[in-house]
Design a protein around this ligand. Structure first.
Ligand SMILES: N[C@@H](CCC(=O)N[C@@H](CS)C(=O)NCC(=O)O)C(=O)O
Length: 207
């Protein structure tokens, strides 16, 4: 049996960065398994047996049990730590931001970044209407965050939590998707606060 966690991950992915950042901040040692999604490495029978959805990140626990969905990993890893409140309502407020991230934020901001900066060769297949739609939806999500962060230091409650990690992952690189973060001073100050948290590591960091 392995003695540490294994994270199947793609280095440029914000979703994969979320558990990398949290595990480092918590001092959890882990092995990184680089996955190249462009080479079909998430579609092999072995990979699909661990994650039937065929996506990264995938976390394999030291006892071999798999866990997919980046925000589920954040909740699992943060259980019992200062990054996830024990109080029922405070915890629900963290979840509120995690669900918001997956439904309102990631599908527009991460997708725009991916097409515009990560795989620019695919841009020929994208219409101007699609790009405008990502920018409209992404700016709407950023405006919701700005409303909160203009008057609060953190997204949920009064402390840094996995809600901040989940939203930070793609927000701090939103410029790569054509978003102008200069329009959101509250978000800009929060990005600097997240980057100043103990044991913070940037997106490109590897264990
Ligand atoms: N909801 C999932 C999204 C995961 C996801 O979209 N992963 C992308 C990389 S960011 C991926 O695996 N793309 C390659 C593929 O679909 O084959 C999560 O939060 O973990």
């Amino acid at each position: 049996m392995a003695s540490e966690h294994a994270l199947y991950s793609m280095q440029l992915s914000g979703n994969c960065y979320k558990p990398r950042l949290l595990m480092h901040q918590l001092g959890i040692p882990f092995r990184l398994v680089d996955i190249d999604t462009t080479k079909g490495e998430t579609r092999t029978p072995e990979y699909l047996a661990l994650n039937p959805n065929g996506r990264v990140p995938l976390l394999v626990l030291p006892d071999g049990r798999p866990l997919s969905e980046s925000n589920a990993m954040l909740l699992y890893l943060a259980e019992g730590t200062r990054y996830l409140p024990a109080d029922r309502y405070e915890r629900a407020r963290v979840n509120q931001w995690l669900f918001f991230e997956q439904y309102e934020h990631e599908p527009t901001i991460a997708v725009a970044r991916s097409w515009i900066s990560i795989y620019p060769d695919r841009m020929a297949r994208v219409t101007a209407e699609q790009i405008a739609g990502w920018h409209e939806g992404g700016n709407r999500a950023l405006a919701v965050m700005e409303k909160r962060l203009a008057v609060n230091n953190w997204l949920a409650g009064d402390a840094y939590s996995v809600a901040d990690i989940a939203l930070y992952a793609y927000t701090h690189v939103a410029g790569e998707g054509g978003f102008d973060l200069g329009r959101y001073p509250g978000i800009g100050a929060w990005i600097a606060r997240v980057a100043a948290t103990p044991r913070y590591v940037p997106l490109g960091w590897r264990p």
